[in-house]
Design a protein around this ligand. Structure first.
Ligand code: GLC
Length: 403
């Protein structure tokens, strides 16, 4: 590395370390990193996985802490045994919304296995894998048992918050919304929590009753990657038969995504009658992250990604600019999210689209360097929005160092 590059890398590491340290919270004998001050004081599942991936470059202890703390409130009794909650309220406060103080009753994209494997691969120790193995097995068993009522290897989400794409236009129809304001969209999500509580989180019953029940392309692709990581973890721990079984399950999910969610065209499937939701979004690009696309599908996804409706002045727009719902200034209505960019870059690298991966990496670093670590960004102007400073935008460090 030349001198200028070494200096730039050192600066980026220091900026990111400062970002995460600012947001670190001590909770009894655990520590976690909040996504951001005030708006997001609690612990979020996929955020913590992203934080671990960032921490591995400069603080292996905190990388492990993020993952160990996030599984502490895994459900241990009742029908949802094994579920890892999307929010942990270490200081309490969940009661009014969820009916319990310490955790939510829904999940988020499963990346604990992926993150654990990446931490391990970067000097993390085997004890972390050993401590996470049982929780991970229980988590993926829960998905199969509770979230795949039709046994087609595609798990269903029962709330948009589970996707991590809270207010995206791709969920409007399912929530009965047309061009909603931010407030209306939020109210619909809050109302749905009340319904989920009435149904005791039973995905099959919610689907039967016509409520939100979606087999999402990105979520299932992420799950395939997590199962793949779990297979590697099992093999590393010497559980070879289990490793083969997890890999078999990963392959079943990859095939289901390939055959049902990418063919004949990318979609999510809604309801128990599996109606294709053809709303265009960046979510299908995440199929590459899970290794779900065949070569022709991957090439088509790559072409779409490079189209100016997604490849905006500051890529990637999560809703394309050509969509009637595109609204670059509003939460999840087309903004750039650096965690989504990170998932897409990993997928592009996996499929050998190295030049596009390189350019998207550079654009992502440029965005956060120029405008700082915001929660999300306007894809046309680069302006940052939402909470600040937002921890997962530090993923640009991982993009820069892991190329
Ligand atoms: C927002 C995002 C969600 C994220 C959370 C914390 O709710 O939509 O994906 O986990 O913020 O950053």
């Amino acid at each position: 590395m030349d001198r200028a590059k070494v200096d730039a890398t050192t600066t980026l590491i220091e900026r990111t370390r400062y970002l995460l340290n600012q947001n670190r919270v001590e909770a009894g004998s655990f520590s976690y990193t909040r996504p951001a001050p005030s708006t997001y004081e609690h612990q979020w599942l996929w955020d913590s996985c992203f934080h671990a991936i960032i921490y591995r470059w400069f603080d292996l202890h905190m990388a492990s802490e993020e993952l160990l703390s996030v599984v502490q409130h895994q459900v241990r009794e009742g029908p949802d045994t094994g579920m890892i909650p999307h929010m942990t309220y270490w200081q309490g406060g969940g009661e009014a919304l969820w009916g319990r103080a310490e955790r939510s009753i829904i999940t988020q994209p499963p990346l604990v296995g992926v993150a654990a494997w990446m931490v391990y691969g970067h000097g993390g120790d085997r004890t972390l894998l050993a401590e996470l193995y049982e929780p991970l097995c229980a988590y993926h068993d829960w998905f199969d048992r509770r979230r795949d009522p039709d046994r087609d290897h595609l798990v269903s989400l029962i709330h948009p918050w589970e996707s991590g794409w809270d207010a995206a236009p791709r969920w409007d129809d399912q929530l009965g919304l047309t061009h909603p304001s931010d407030a209306d969209s939020r109210q619909a999500r809050l109302d749905l929590v009340a319904v989920i509580r009435q149904f005791d989180c039973d995905a099959a019953a919610l689907g039967e009753a016509g409520y939100f029940h979606v087999e999402a392309v990105d979520f299932n692709a992420i799950r395939a990657a997590d199962l793949e990581a779990l297979a590697r973890i099992a093999a590393m721990l010497g559980y070879n038969a289990e490793a083969r079984s997890w890999e078999g399950r990963a392959e079943s999910v990859r095939q289901a995504v390939r055959n049902r969610l990418l063919r004949p065209q990318p979609c999510d499937l809604a309801g128990i009658d599996e109606r294709p939701l053809l709303h265009l979004s960046a979510a299908p690009f995440v199929a590459l992250f899970g290794g779900c696309a065949d070569d022709a599908q991957a090439a088509a996804l790559h072409d779409t990604l490079r189209h100016t409706s997604f490849w905006t002045p500051f890529p990637i727009a999560t809703t394309p600019t050509t969509d009637a719902a595109f609204d670059p200034d509003h939460y999840w209505r087309g903004n750039v999210w650096l965690n989504v960019n990170w998932l897409i870059v990993q997928g592009l690298r996996r499929y050998g689209f190295s030049e596009t991966a390189r350019v998207l990496t550079e654009c992502s670093i440029q965005l956060a360097s120029q405008f700082d670590f915001w929660e999300y960004y306007n894809p046309l102007s680069g302006q940052g929005y939402g909470s600040f400073p937002h921890s997962w935008s530090g993923l640009i460090l991982d993009l820069a160092l892991d190329s």
